[in-house]
Design a protein around this ligand. Sequence first.
Ligand SMILES: NC(=O)c1ccc[n+]([C@@H]2O[C@H](COP(=O)([O-])OP(=O)(O)OC[C@H]3O[C@@H](n4cnc5c(N)ncnc54)[C@H](O)[C@@H]3O)[C@@H](O)[C@H]2O)c1
Length: 429
Amino acid sequence: MNVAVMGTGYVGLNTAVSLALHGHQVVGIDVDEEKVKQLKQRICPIYEPGLEEAMRSMMDQGFLRFDHTLNGEAKDAEILFICVGTPEAEDGSANLAYLFAAVEEVREAYKRKPSKRGVVIKSTVPVGTGDRVAGLLGDCKELHVISNPEFLREGSALQDALNPSRIVIGAESPEAFSLLDELYKGFAAPVVKTTRQTAELIKYASNAFLATRISFMNELARLSTVLGTNIQTVARGMGLDSRIGPEFLRAGLGYGGSCFPKDTIALLHVGKQHGVALNILEQVREVNRTQPAWCVQLISERLSGLRGKRVAVLGLAFKPDTDDIRESRSLAVLHQLLQEGAIVSAYDPISTETVKKLYPQVEYARDIYDALTDADAALLATEWKECVNLDWQKAKAAMAQPVLFDGRNAWSSDLVKQYGFSYQGVGRS
Ligand SMILES: NC(=O)c1ccc[n+]([C@@H]2O[C@H](COP(=O)([O-])OP(=O)(O)OC[C@H]3O[C@@H](n4cnc5c(N)ncnc54)[C@H](O)[C@@H]3O)[C@@H](O)[C@H]2O)c1
């Protein structure tokens, strides 16, 4: 099919490449002309494993092109994906300005071309947004508005887009469903067909539930620390229960990224608008907000205060294998350490340049051992492979004090103790 994907960020670009890999003719559209210029030169503007290679291959084979307007390469698109950002507005609701600007462009581009097309909202949007979009496009009779939320994870985004856990399709007409049946016929995933509003709620409910599991474990980790028990063993013991499952039970610095923080607050906002209190979700956010400070407190206690102490922060991206630093917990920790007077050295394999602009007072290291030099403590903030698998002898020789704080419970406490380190994890002494 002929497909246009509006927005070539994390979701849009991975969607575009995965659909091209499935044999569709895809045009990626972005208002950011600089980004489009880069993409046309076959440069991938984001870091995602395997994405740049796949993107180049699809461009070379003629399945993928880029443009900055719907009126050029995309004029014959049968499916128009909207993958623009829906960031947090000042009041916590989802800011839909980019989405409605994109919808207006769709209306302008296709109002005089009456043939059957699907306008597919992949951006995460509050319940009822698809209906509002359908209202705005009411004069374009052949445009079918469909909700098709995205569940990919940064760090494995292309694989997730190619092999989704499920395809959720929310639509209000058989024609709309048949358009997406055709588009996704090469995919093996289970399909959930429902109304637009239910599809929109599935997305928020999924993210809110995953965030809940993380905060639940982080709160238990605080108790585990006091009790002297091991939260990782607790998680393993829980996760083997098939009713619970092992995923998202790891205690740490909390959840970050471009989705969970904004989607949980947006869902709370939807609840308020409809007079429904979502008390569990309120607490989920509160635990997450306070978790970095709680972790820094542990480091402070271990070092008898942080003023003038040198702390090496390993990892800045919100999770490994991405360059995305949006709402990264590493930055929340870094902020707290600086506030308490610590001298901070930091290392990340990819995100350093972006963070430098936000925290110029931090010393940015060229490698891990440079970051560890003369440090009184090292904090694992993002579990990049290279930050987890250290040369422990070299690390110990570089540091002023052999003190490790494992903010992701990813180091082996037995191993590091053999090298003479003192080790503290989250909920795991
Ligand atoms: N990042 C994720 O892991 C993820 C996962 C699932 C769902 N989502 C949701 O998907 C949506 C997009 O997220 P993202 O992380 O890809 O955002 P992003 O900020 O990385 O990308 C958005 C892109 O849209 C472009 N854009 C804005 N207005 C446009 C317009 N009118 N026409 C064309 N392009 C336009 C921007 O220039 C930018 O390149 C959000 O609603 C997000 O919540 C994100």
